[in-house]
Design a protein around this ligand. Structure first.
Ligand SMILES: [Ca+2]
Length: 549
């Protein structure tokens, strides 16, 4: 059951003071109760310990727009649609095929007389049936194309490894597995690419309802571990361990979502130690005139220690990046060390409820672009902490249009909590910054290219420093201007400072001056009014318990 739905059923969430009973209609993701996989050698973040996120409303975005004609700040459109959750597996299989290293491809594929190759089983299995691949090492290419049957929503086809059978590459080609059929479920395999120039699994064509779940994929040296391309649609990549895709100074990513992909979910994976990004949504620039990918949900993943970023969104549309933990990104030859970067002509993007730490930059919007700047971007309820030199900025908007920065908490950054309008690659237009808790000494750096910037109801650390004009990298001893001086420029209204903006650096629980002091932006909250920052301090205990599930 989704957190929101739980909360709504508990009757504990209010949106603008109204209980969110209609939110209970949201479908429950099938996997919400699945525990994340645990892997030896996985590095987990040390802090914070999942501070209580606020209740969230999947059907609402926020802005100061309340119908008043006098408010022309950016208005949030409906959030991008997200792919529908997968239907549960049927309880039984109409036929069970067995594959074993001791089998024979002329056998009947029963438990007693298994087949020898997975490839053989792929051509024989039908809807509602399962292939049970027994422990062992298989050197064959898995091709699920027109030579294999399609599953159906009611009768998917399951390809299951039992005892973690290992797939290893054959000599030829650029992939180990190519999936081009709908309603297949592939689970329980180790894809050991063994340093070959191959991706582990690639998807294309009609793949609606197809799931790649609970596999380990590692050590490839081509463009990615997993890719979706050529009209791939309706795919869920879930609870996999994806690591060590690397090719020297070139980038190799955990997951690449290429143009023409539609409705791709990447959820609950552990993706790390790649020479590129954990997840990249690739735009068509420089490759083709194909339609950008759209309908991408990147949710509840652990992404860390890549040479580039956790999430890199180029020209893709309707993307949600939600509830991920991202850390371990430093400046390299090909990256400024951003955890999240949204650039080129990305459009309709929500980045919410993420925990970002130990990086050089938290969330960056803009920078490289060819066409329009990133447009209609919401950055909300993120917890950003412990960022480091050389940049150390929490949220940086280089260029973009209609960007909302709402209810984020930024603390422990070497650089500024918020940077905007320095004009690289174009202006930052219509940026709204509200209800953020910027608990850092270096508060805001504002350049000269931020037309329509509107900042209200933010809370700063007492005696924080503000920078206007040319960007400065704040070394120790840098003295900027005061909040009072900053407020005199008219860009920011109704904001304040506090000597204790946070009362707990682990949970990021806000201090008194932040509690119930936010503006009601239409997002769920507890108590009399929204708290400033990403964490609502005053939710009832039952709500907090539900949120911690
Ligand atoms: Ca509150």
């Amino acid at each position: 059951m989704s957190r929101l739905r739980s909360l709504c059923l508990l009757g504990l969430v209010s949106v603008g003071g109204v209980a969110c009973s209609n939110g209970a209609q949201a479908p429950a993701p099938a996997s919400d109760s699945s525990p994340l996989p645990s892997y030896p050698g996985s590095r987990r973040p040390s802090a914070p310990n999942m501070p209580t996120p606020p209740p969230r409303n999947d059907n609402d975005d926020v802005s100061g727009h309340d119908g008043d004609d006098d408010d022309d700040t950016p208005v949030v459109q409906q959030p991008p649609p997200v792919p529908a959750p997968q239907a549960p597996e049927p309880p039984a299989y109409t036929r069970e095929w067995y594959v074993s290293p001791s089998g024979n491809d002329s056998a009947n594929g029963s438990r007693e007389k298994p087949l020898r190759t997975i490839s053989k089983a792929l051509t024989r299995v039908g809807p509602g049936e399962i292939i049970r691949v027994q422990k062992g090492t298989y050197a064959e290419k898995l091709i699920i194309d027109a030579s294999a049957k399609a599953g159906t929503a009611e009768a998917p086809i399951t390809l299951r490894g039992e005892g973690l059978p290992k797939l290893v590459p054959t000599q030829s080609g650029w992939f180990m597995a190519h999936v081009q059929r709908p309603h297949w479920r592939i689970e329980g395999f180790e894809f050991d690419v063994r340093g070959q120039r191959q991706v582990a699994v690639t998807f294309s064509g009609n793949t609606t309802g197809t799931v790649l779940a609970g596999n380990e994929l590692h050590h490839g040296a081509f463009g990615s571990g997993i890719s979706t391309d050529a009209g791939a649609n309706g795919i869920t990549i879930e609870n996999n361990h994806i690591h060590h895709f690397a090719r020297g100074n070139d980038d190799s990513h955990g997951v690449v979502i290429a143009p023409t992909s539609v409705d791709i979910t990447v959820r609950g994976n552990d993706i790390h130690d790649n020479s590129g990004d954990s997840v990249q949504c690739l735009g068509p620039e420089g490759f083709s005139n194909n339609a950008p990918a759209r309908g991408v949900l990147i949710e509840d993943n652990d992404m860390y220690d890549n040479r580039e970023n956790a999430v890199d969104l180029k020209t893709c549309h309707d993307v949600v990046v939600r509830g991920n933990r991202m850390y371990g990104f430093g400046k390299s030859t090909s990256s400024r060390g951003e955890a999240v970067v949204v650039h080129y002509s990305a459009r309709n993007v929500v980045i919410e409820d993420n925990d970002i730490s130990d990086s050089s930059l938290g969330i960056a919007v803009g920078g490289n672009r060819v066409g329009a700047p990133p447009t209609n971007i919401s950055i909300r309820r993120n917890r950003i902490h412990d960022l480091k030199t050389p940049e150390g900025s929490g949220i940086r908007i280089e260029n973009g249009s209609d960007v909302r920065v709402l209810h984020n908490t930024v603390v422990g950054t070497d650089g500024f909590a918020f940077v905007v309008g320095h004009g690289t690659g174009g202006p930052s237009t219509n940026i709204a910054v509200r209800n953020n808790l910027f608990a850092t000494r270096n508060a805001v750096s504002m350049g000269l290219s931020a037309p329509g910037l509107s900042m209200t109801s933010n809370l700063y650390l007492a005696d924080a420093a503000f920078n206007t004009g040319i960007f400065v990298a704040p070394q120790s001893g840098w003295v900027g201007s005061t909040l009072a001086h900053w407020l005199s420029n008219g860009v920011e209204l109704d904001s304040d400072e506090s000597g204790e903006p946070l009362v707990d650096l682990d949970t990021l629980m806000p201090g008194e001056r932040a509690v119930d002091r936010g503006t009601d932006l239409g997002l769920p909250y507890c108590g009399a009014a929204p708290d400033i920052g990403a964490v609502e301090s005053d939710c009832p205990e039952a709500t907090a318990a539900a949120l911690m599930e």
